[in-house]
Design a protein around this ligand. Structure first.
Ligand SMILES: [Fe+2]
Length: 445
């Protein structure tokens, strides 16, 4: 299990206590009680409030294989305030370069989001995220260029907490571009972005990080996260309708093919349209288990094809201006463009964009096979990884030509005409191929 998946699990280990990494505390005197919990058992007091906690204590714990200490839930706000102070100190530290400073701040913000994801209905954690959004808004107003470094366009993995930090930063930057720095909605957009995927709390990390084919049950869980998140935020109280709307509708599309309510056009609010653009951008630029990160300009080119269907043209144009300025100002913050970059489509990279998992396109759960027939009747068996309303991804032993037309046979269904779109060699050496269904059925393979 990867460290990141492990971290997504840890937050749910022991009700009543909060896990904190052993190296998270920076001051020598601690303002909270620290506990040890072995193998999910009883909590044992390790240091009481007011005691000393030093680097050598941290090293001793590490040598024993201990990675987390636990604080009582009631003292969590104290910890969060200490984290917020540390974040501000790092952000304002002139001795650290922009990229490193942004990395440290993003990491700490990601931990705060993880805590919120683990206990989304805790009012104190809601307050903490509100504070974070307020701090982001202040930084964005003071110096947008410096703040923009918090949007990671480099080699980060797609991971829920990191993604939510990025979407919070991006929604604020895009909101400021469209509405102006002083518009009060910029704060709401930051906050809405930071919590937009909180409903993924209810989705197992195994499903979120699954590399292969998702079952119908997995998809049902993923499709439910907007509604789960919106309901959590409603129950928490104090969140305004903009934030709840962003959580509920960030997977809706202009053409009505999104979920959960198939809204379209004017039924989508400005905040939702902003969140969708930033959400897709971050999902596409970040690395996945089966491919590396995609350079931002390549992603923008691909997203442009979705104007009027998935995303709004004016909002996308504003986002392009934001990203272009950032790259021109400091090209080192973006993944470099290379000749042979693989360019997947928006839907391939954005499982969150998936429409109803079209049951009739899903291969038999028992074998998950697809037959691919090329011109000349050569037939190839491939493993179905995922399918959607406009594409299918398979694992295959065979390479395809650019724009090659094929017939896809999925269990129990009539053949579908598809066009080869892109491929990538995974870490395991497999070839991942993406086909888009052809709209024009007159052109068989
Ligand atoms: Fe989402």
């Amino acid at each position: 299990m990867s460290g990141k998946v492990q971290r997504e699990r840890i937050g749910r280990v022991n009700a009543g206590y909060f896990p904190i990494p052993i190296d998270a505390l920076k001051s020598s005197t601690i303002d909270m009680d620290l506990y040890l919990i072995h193998n999910g058992g009883t909590a044992v007091l390790y240091r009481s409030k007011g005691s000393a906690y030093s680097i050598s204590d941290c090293d001793k714990l590490r040598q024993k294989g201990i990675r987390h200490l636990y604080i009582p839930m009631g003292q969590h706000r104290i910890y969060q305030e200490a984290m917020t102070e540390m974040i501000i100190d790092s952000y304002e530290d002139p001795s650290i370069c922009e990229l490193e400073r942004a990395r440290i701040v993003r990491g700490s913000c990601g931990r705060m989001i993880e805590d919120f994801m683990s206990n989304p209905e805790s009012p104190s954690l809601g307050e903490t995220i509100n504070d974070l959004a307020a701090q982001f808004t202040t930084w964005c107003t003071e110096d947008k260029s410096k703040f923009s470094y918090l949007l990671d366009m480099s080699e980060h993995d797609f991971y829920t907490a990191t993604h939510m930090v990025n979407v919070g930063v991006g929604c604020g930057l895009l909101g400021a571009e469209i509405l102006g720095d002083d518009d009060p909605m910029v704060h709401d957009l930051m906050l809405g972005g930071l919590v937009h995927d909180v409903g993924k709390f209810g989705v197992s990390p195994d499903v979120l990080n699954k590399e292969g084919k998702l079952s119908e049950k997995d998809w049902a869980m993923i499709r439910g996260h907007p509604e789960v998140g919106a309901n959590m935020l409603k129950r928490q109280g104090g969140q305004n309708s903009i934030i709840i709307d962003m959580a509920m509708s960030h997977h809706e599309r202009l053409d009505g093919k999104g979920y959960p309510n198939s809204l379209c056009g004017d039924e989508l609010s400005l905040a939702v349209k902003i969140c969708t653009v930033v959400d897709i951008f971050d999902a596409m630029t970040s690395a996945r288990p089966y491919r590396g990160p995609i350079p931002p300009r390549v992603v923008l080119d691909k997203m442009r094809e979705e104007i009027g269907t998935a995303i709004d043209g004016e909002i996308f144009a504003a986002w392009e201006r934001v990203i272009e300025r950032m790259i021109v100002e400091d090209p080192s913050r973006a993944v470099a463009e290379t000749e042979d970059v693989c360019v997947p489509s928006v839907c391939d990279l954005m499982p969150t964009l998936k429409k109803e998992q079209t049951e009739n396109l899903q291969a038999d759960d028992d074998d998950g096979l697809v037959q691919i027939r090329r011109a000349g009747d050569e037939s190839i068996d491939a493993e179905l990884l995922e399918s959607d309303f406009d594409h299918v991804m398979v694992r295959s032993d065979v390479r395809f030509k650019r724009s090659e037309r094929v017939l896809l046979s999925l269990a129990g269904e009539s053949d579908l005409i598809a066009i080869f779109d892109s491929s990538k060699i995974g870490n395991d050496g497999s070839i991942y191929c993406v086909f888009k269904y052809a709209a024009d059925s007159s052109q068989a393979a």
